[in-house]
Every structure is written in C-alpha cells, then in structure tokens.
Ligand binder design. Structure first.
Ligand code: SAH
Length: 338
C-alpha cells in the first residue's frame, strides 16, 4: 500500500483515469486532505462508496509522529519518529514575513561534508514524499498556523532523493495542496550536477541554493567530498546553464569557517568565480557540531568578507542565526537521539 499523502494531483488523476473515473476526483481528494485536513478516507463524503473502497485498499494515510519539540527564540525543533522508528528533525522559524519550515529529505546523509553533523550518521534511507509532506502538516497542526515558506535544508541531500523531492514540491506547491508559492520554496544541494541539470528542465519556478563553501578545488575538496566528483568548474558551469535556462537567480551558500575559507583571498577568489552571474551569496555563520574541528569566523571577519564581495560587485547577505542553543541551526540536525 502507498501513502496517499505522497501522491501528486497528477498521479491521482492518472490513478482515477486508469480506473475509468473522472480526473476531478483527484481534486476532491486533495481538498479533503489539504483543505479540510480529513485523513480518514471513509469520510470523503462527496466520493462514491465504490471508489472509497478502492482508495482504502490501495492507500493508507498513516502519519509519522512528533516525538519531541524543543523551543528557542523564534524557533522550534521537531524530532519525528517515522513508522519504521527511524528519526529525523525539522525546524520551524518565525520571521517577520511569516513562518518557514526547514524539512529533512533523508535519514542520515552520505555526502560527508566535514563541518556538518547530519552526515555523522550515513544515509539509512531516503524519505518518502509523504514523510516530507507530513513534517509540514504536523508542524502546522501543532502550532495552529499556516506555514508560508519551506526550505529543503534539513538532514540529507535532496538531489540524492530526487524523485521524492519533486513529488513533495508538487504537492506543497499545488493550489489545491498546501498552496505554498514556488517562490517560497527553496531546495539546497551540495552540487549533484546531473540532478541540477534535470531540475532546470522542470520549470517549477522554485529557488535553488548551492552549497559552495570554497572558492578553490583545494579548499572545497577538503570540506566536501562531492567536489572530487563534481569540481568547482563543473558545478559553476552547470549553475550558469541553470540560470540561462530558468532565468532565475541562484543562492550560493558559503559557511564561514575561521581561517579555513574566510580570508580576504578567499573572498576575492569567490568574487572572481561568481562575477557576472545572477546569484547572491548567503554567508552562513558556522554552527558548532560534535566534530569540533572548525571555529566560527568572527562577526567582524564575516562583515569584512561580505564587504569585499560587495566591492567586487557580488550581492551578499548574512544568514540570520536560528536555534543554536537547541541544536536546531544549519548543520546541527541529526537522525540519532542522544
Ligand atoms: N545537503 C544539502 C542540504 C543541506 S542545507 C546541501 O548540502 O545543500 C544546509 C546548509 O547548511 C548547507 O549549505 C550546509 O552546507 C550548511 N551547513 C552544514 N553544516 C553547517 C554548520 N555546521 N554550520 C553552518 N552551516 C552548515
């Protein structure tokens, strides 16, 4: 059996059409799930009995569970227990423009970035689309408010779970689904080139972020093993093609590590690499992990680094720090309990 909450409207339309039913039934199902929050298929009262029975034999609407909620200033971290007892985390952030959620895409992660806690546990499995959708549904229910933006920046490499991420995006973006606008959805990748190319062909209009973190192969090889497969030149060329094709601005994420990638020369190298591209750099203050190898760049250093980028004509912002004291910040999420 499959979980109904992992089906896009198109998939459901095909499902109904294949059974000789009208397409619009898919919309009715979506309205039950996402407008009324009704997950008991038996209660889909405008749908005839025979179809209810078919739906019940083909689908569950089982939910993952909130195991624990930790609260910090303007932030809540949710630990979820999946149906097979694996664990993941998601983070709710309150901004002045609304509520955003950072969802996980995998149990563990295989990318092995040196500065990131999430990869300490190697990938156990991909999350199914419904498990990503439900992170949002459960958080909305818990706080009684609507989520207005979503970032796929939790545990896992989304493009290593490509098909489920696309399903997830289509479900939350659907006007009859969670109706989260494409401009309010951001997917962040460590740079899986073939998937970035595939993504550029989809015309989804969502935001793409690239975790770059180094401006030379020497630095990036050290920090991110993925660079040995898709080096800086390859990934930047791919991002340029993506921008040309989609006409969309890309975010370049750059974690600021004291004396590792935060020197003036790194800023000049980064500026040279990105010159003329429709990107903006998001500098991320490093958050401590159990690995202990790195230190955070000072605020002054981050400001100075940003100033150089600006002088060189590169748009730059510094990421607001959320949830460090409850281990809910970038790079601190885990699939294991203490
Ligand atoms: N796998 C995806 C999604 C993770 S997004 C990716 O690599 O993009 C989370 C962002 O936080 C990434 O840019 C990641 O590199 C960054 N990050 C990881 N560990 C961090 C840490 N300890 N401090 C700050 N940022 C970190």
């Amino acid at each position: 059996m499959e979980n109904l909450l992992g089906y896009t409207k198109n998939m459901l339309e095909d499902y109904f059409v294949n059974r000789g039913e009208k397409k619009y039934k898919a919309t009715q199902v979506f309205e039950w799930l996402y407008r009324h929050g009704e997950y008991d298929i038996a209660k889909f009262s405008n749908i005839k009995k025979s179809i209810i029975t078919t739906l019940q034999t083909d689908f569950t609407t089982d939910f993952i569970k909130i195991e624990k909620v930790l609260e910090g200033k303007d932030v809540k971290k949710f630990l979820f227990r999946l149906l097979d007892n694996e664990k993941i985390e998601a983070v709710l952030m309150e901004h002045d423009y609304g509520l955003s959620v950072c969802v996980s895409s995998q149990v563990g992660c295989n990318m092995g970035c040196r500065f990131c806690e999430s990869g300490r546990l190697k990938k156990v499995r991909n999350l199914e689309a419904y498990e990503i959708v439900e992170q949002i549904l459960l958080i909305q229910k818990h706080i009684g408010k609507r989520i207005s933006s979503v970032v796929v920046m939790g545990i896992g490499e989304p493009f290593d779970n490509y098909d489920n991420i696309i399903r997830f995006i289509k479900i939350i973006n659907d006007p009859k689904g969670l109706a989260i606008g494409s401009r309010h959805i951001t997917v962040s990748t460590c740079g899986l080139v073939p998937k970035i190319k595939e993504f550029s062909n989809l015309d989804l209009q969502v935001n793409l972020a690239l975790s770059l973190h180094g401006a030379t192969d020497e630095v990036r090889n050290y920090l991110m093993p993925v660079n040995k497969v898709y080096n800086i030149d390859t990934v930047i060329t791919t991002i340029k093609e993506y921008i040309t094709k989609t006409n969309r601005r890309v975010t370049i994420e750059y974690v600021m590590l004291n004396m590792v990638n935060d020197r003036d020369s790194d800023a000049y190298n980064l500026a040279r690499l990105l010159k003329g591209m429709n990107v903006y750099v998001n500098l991320i203050p490093y958050n401590a992990t159990s690995i202990g190898e790195f230190q955070k760049s000072s605020q002054e250093r981050i400001a100075e680094f940003g100033k150089i980028l600006k002088q060189e004509g590169i748009n730059v912002t510094v990421r607001r720090e959320f949830g460090g004291n409850i281990k809910a910040a970038c790079g601190q999420l885990r699939s294991e309990s203490d």
